[in-house]
Design a binder for this molecule. Structure first.
Ligand code: DX5
Ligand code: ZN
Length: 218
């Protein structure tokens, strides 16, 4: 019924070979490609901007899922849309006008996602559910790959699934997803699992296939 999607986060890929890495994980069965722009302000790390996203776009044959860790995000939504993002997710904590950010993402022709940090309650999206295409529940403090999954957030995943009801909204989980924690997310109702370090460890296409199979079969 509910299909599972695995979205490798290229944060853990070899940045000198992003195009090749994307083609390799897609060839081994990745459903979406998860991209993590960071501004050094909302999170204590810097990664990539719209020009790099545009450069990798031709290599993504599936869905380019762009998770903005930028505050405020509004100034950059158009640039990331023009760069070819299929999904653009903003953090609820990142700007004063979440409703406006969501509308502007849809106006640009992308699917609108909202990310919730560990301590952010689901209630912040209660009155804009009709403008949301994806809810991203963070199971780490954003900024870096390879962190430990936060078990207390599993209840929030389940509550988000309940809140979604019959609405056509994806429920994505990001942070510390591995063969050990993926079943917790899936059983709580998640349908898109982001995984960075757990997918790219090993560094070869054969590893990527084995790593994604391990998550899928868990
Ligand atoms: C971190 C990013 C994640 C990160 C996840 O802020 O949002 O997408 O790449 O990495 P893992 O799967 O290693 O926790
Ligand atoms: Zn992410």
């Amino acid at each position: 019924k509910r299909p599972l999607k695995i979205a490798p986060s290229i944060l853990s890929a070899d940045f000198a070979r992003l195009g090749e890495e994307i083609r390799d994980v897609e060839a081994q069965g990745a459903d979406w490609i998860h991209v993590d722009p960071m501004d050094g302000h909302f999170v204590p790390n810097l990664t990539i901007g719209p020009n790099v996203v545009a450069a990798i776009r031709p290599h993504v044959k599936t869905v380019m899922d762009v998770h903005l860790m930028i505050s405020p995000a509004d100034t950059y939504i158009e640039a990331f849309a023009k760069a070819g993002s299929d999904v653009i997710t903003v953090h609820a904590e990142a700007g004063p006008h979440l409703d406006r950010s969501l509308q502007s993402i849809r106006d640009q022709g992308a699917l609108a996602g909202v990310a919730l940090n560990i301590t952010t309650p689901l209630s912040v999206i209660e009155y804009c559910l009709d403008k949301i295409d994806l809810i991203l529940v963070m199971t780490i403090n954003p900024g870096f790959g390879g962190q430990k999954f936060t078990h207390s957030v599993v209840d929030k995943i389940a509550a988000a699934r309940k809140m979604i009801g019959e609405r056509p909204i994806y429920l994505e989980v990001d942070g510390g997803v591995s063969p050990d924690t993926a079943p917790l997310c899936w059983n709580a109702g998640a349908d898109v699992l982001v995984a960075g370090s757990a997918v790219f460890k090993g560094g070869t296409p054969a590893d990527y296939q084995r790593n994604m199979d391990a998550i899928r079969n868990s």
